[in-house]
Ligand binder design. Structure first.
Ligand SMILES: NC(=O)c1ccc[n+]([C@@H]2O[C@H](COP(=O)([O-])OP(=O)(O)OC[C@H]3O[C@@H](n4cnc5c(N)ncnc54)[C@H](OP(=O)(O)O)[C@@H]3O)[C@@H](O)[C@H]2O)c1
Length: 326
């Protein structure tokens, strides 16, 4: 079977597609024929050796997939060959076949296609955990989402609206902001050309935002912190801009603002019950059409490196998926 291989940490274009032996499932593992694998920002960091998790080399990137179960280990009880599933695999997803632990496999909802299934759990899971468990977003509050047309950003807009917030989407181009409005943002700010604080004060009668969702970092974080109201909260999601900001802490003292870390991957391990509750909530919202993964580009496995480069180059909108069967 064919698989995208990272032989050494380095430039994304050094990734190669190779023929490798089919993996064999262990007792509690499931072998999945991959139909779609979503691209996430950490994939781009991981292959360059810039992510907090450094896999043993060589490895195949790709953290979340959907597909059809091909074989199961002797102790697997919940799934069988032929089942349509979603799986969180951490790595190994950009391949024709992939192993997953049974505990990290869930059924693909019957009315959901493989692309949307692959693009769902990581981004929506992160945004729901961030906004609900860490940000305690309340109906009627004002939420500012940075990098709002990206993977976790679009999910944060949709979930923010579902939770009853007024959502201000901030992104770097008018094309990106048009997508944000399409998925429900009430207001938009082009933070390449407009002042975030001024544009947040306008619709909040000078009060500022209650919550900021920040997957971007760099210079955007301090600007967003300054746009927060009395006792506003800033969620630290990630640093897509590259630089980890160093914040003057007087900005937290003044107005009693809080800076709150969010690490979904570890939160799932620390509190599996909360994770299951989140998955149930996402399933209900999907069924009601409240949330809808936005897949904006599709790549064959042979061009998977190009798909990863697109996200690293700030060119992605919503989610990009790799389709190994195409
Ligand atoms: N904490 C967690 O648990 C968790 C979970 C998942 C993801 N994350 C993190 O969240 C961040 C976003 O992930 P994602 O999958 O949503 O990525 P994405 O789709 O690429 O979105 C990131 C956004 O960041 C903005 N950006 C600003 N400067 C950039 C630059 N130099 N290069 C690339 N993008 C830049 C872009 O929007 P504009 O062009 O509009 O500025 C882009 O849309 C990543 O840092 C990722 O590691 C964290």
């Amino acid at each position: 079977m064919k698989s995208l291989i990272c032989e050494a940490f380095g430039p994304i274009d050094s990734l190669v597609v190779k023929d490798v032996p089919s993996p064999v499932p262990g007792p509690q593992q499931v072998l999945i024929e991959v139909r779609a694998a979503a691209v996430n920002f950490p994939d781009a960091l991981m292959v360059q050796g810039l992510y907090q998790v450094k896999p043993e080399l060589p490895f195949t990137p790709g953290a979340e997939i959907s597909g059809i179960v091909k074989a199961v280990g002797a102790e697997v009880k919940r799934v069988k060959p032929g089942d349509r599933v979603i799986a969180m695999v951490g790595q190994g997803g950009f391949a024709e076949e992939c192993l997953a632990d049974e505990a990290r496999v869930m059924p693909l909802p019957p009315d959901m296609d493989f692309e949307a299934g692959a693009a769902l759990v990581l981004t929506y899971g992160t945004s729901l955990h961030g906004l609900k468990d860490r940000g305690h977003l309340q109906a009627g509050e004002t939420l500012v989402v940075l990098g709002a047309a990206g993977g976790v950003g679009i999910a944060a807009i949709e979930i923010g609206k579902a939770m009853g917030a007024r959502v201000i989407a901030a992104a770097s181009s008018d094309e990106k902001l048009a997508l944000c409005r399409k998925v429900g943002a009430d207001e938009t700010v082009n933070y390449s050309t407009e002042n975030l604080k001024d544009r947040t004060n306008a619709p909040t009668a000078g009060k500022g935002a209650d919550l900021v969702y920040d997957p971007v970092g760099g210079p955007y974080t301090e600007a967003a912190l300054r746009a927060l109201a009395w006792r506003g909260r800033l969620l630290v999601i990630g640093f897509a801009a590259g630089d980890i900001p160093k914040i003057p802490l007087n900005l937290a003292l003044l107005k009693e603002r809080a800076i709150v870390g969010v690490y979904w991957g570890d939160a799932v391990k620390h509190d599996p019950a909360a994770h299951l509750a989140s998955l149930r909530q996402l399933k209900d919202w999907l069924a009601a059409g409240t949330i809808r993964p936005v897949v904006s580009a599709r790549f064959p496995l042979a061009a998977a490196a190009e798909a990863i480069a697109k996200i690293a180059n700030r060119e992605a909108m919503g989610k990009i998926v790799v389709l190994p069967g195409s």
